[in-house]
Design a protein around this ligand. Structure first.
Ligand code: PEP
Length: 256
C-alpha cells in the first residue's frame, strides 16, 4: 500500500495565541482536504489545546514540538505527552535545536520516542549530520548512531508508527538547502539502516521526510526524490502564501 505523504509545519517559538488562531483560520480557507496527504501543524505547545478545538481534524493533524517522557510526577515546568493525548496525533522528537541548544541526548530521545508510542502518538524522529560531520565523511555514521539511539526501545510491532525526518543540521534555517542527490543518498542510508534493524518490509514502509530550508521552489524536487514521503517545513510554514504554495504543489504532484 502506498504511504501517505506528510507535510509537517514546524512553527517553532513563533505566533502568540491570537496569531496562531488567525493563521490557522486563513490557512484552512486557502487549502483543501487532500487524498493521500496529511498536513501536520506543530505550533507552540501552549496553543495546542485551543487550536485542537478550532481545527478541522480532517484537514490538519497536530504535533507537539516537545514534551517530557514521563507520564506524570514532580517535574516542574514540564508537559507530559500523556497530557497531550487527544490533542496531538504526532510529536517531534530529537529536532537538532533540541539536541544542540537544550542538550538532549540519545537517551532522552529514545525515552521520548517510547513515551510517544506508549501514548498512541506518532513520533517524528529527527536525525541529521552537521556540516563538519558531512565534511569529515561521517554522515552515514551519524545517521546510524541517531537511528539506533532513538529507536532502541521500539519493537517491530511499533516501528511503522515512527516517522523519520532527515534534517541535515547545516540546512535548517540556513537557506543552504541540501541538493536532491544528497537527500537521496541520505534517505537510502536511512532505509538501509532500518533494514538492518527491522527488515526489508519495514525499510520499505516506514515514512521518511526531508527538512531543511524547504521553499515552494524546491518542494517538488524533494518530493520527487525516491524514498522521500514528505517535507518538514520550518521558516516557510510561517508564511501563508509560501506554505499554501508548497501544499498545492505537492497536491499537484501526488494527486493530479
Ligand atoms: C525545521 O525546523 O525543522 C526546519 C526544517 O526549518 P527550516 O525549514 O526553516 O530550515
Amino acid at each position: 500500500m502506498a504511504r501517505n505523504k506528510l507535510i509537517i509545519a514546524n512553527w517553532k517559538m513563533n505566533f502568540d495565541m491570537h496569531q496562531s488562531s488567525i493563521f490557522l483560520h486563513k490557512l484552512s480557507t486557502k487549502i483543501g482536504i487532500y487524498n493521500n496527504i496529511d498536513i501536520i501543524l506543530s505550533p507552540s505547545i501552549f496553543t495546542l489545546q485551543s487550536l485542537s478545538l478550532q481545527v478541522n481534524h480532517n484537514q490538519f493533524k497536530l504535533a507537539a514540538q516537545n514534551f517530557y517522557w514521563r507520564d506524570q510526577g514532580a517535574f516542574t515546568g514540564e508537559v507530559a505527552i500523556s497530557q497531550l493525548r487527544g490533542i496531538v496525533q504526532y510529536a517531534l522528537v530529537g529536532h537538532s535545536e533540541r539536541r544542540n541548544i537544550f542538550h538532549e541526548s540519545d537517551k532522552d530521545i529514545r525515552a521520548k520516542v517510547a513515551a510517544a508510542i506508549r501514548n498512541d502518538i506518532r513520533p517524528i524522529l529527527c536525525i541529521g549530520e552537521t556540516s563538519d560531520e558531512r565534511n569529515h565523511g561521517e554522515t552515514s555514521l551519524v545517521l546510524n548512531d541517531q537511528l539506533v539511539g532513538g529507536l532502541a526501545n521500539v519493537s517491530s510491532e511499533d516501528i511503522e508508527k515512527v516517522v523519520i525526518a532527515y534534517e541535515p543540521v547545516w540546512a535548517i534555517g540556513s537557506g543552504d538547502n541540501a541538493d536532491p542527490e544528497q537527500v537521496q543518498k541520505a534517505v537510502k542510508m536511512i532505509r538501509t539502516q532500518v533494514k538492518h534493524l527491522y527488515g526489508e518490509k519495514v525499510a520499505k514502509n516506514i515514512q521518511v521526510v526531508y527538512g531543511g530550508s524547504v521553499q515552494p521552489e524546491s518542494a517538488v524536487d524533494y518530493m520527487a526524490v525516491p524514498g522521500v514521503d514528505g517535507l518538514l517545513v520550518g521558516g516557510a510554514s510561517l508564511n501563508l502564501e509560501k506554505f499554501e504554495q508548497i501544499v498545492q504543489k505537492i497536491d499537484n504532484k501526488v494527486n493530479k
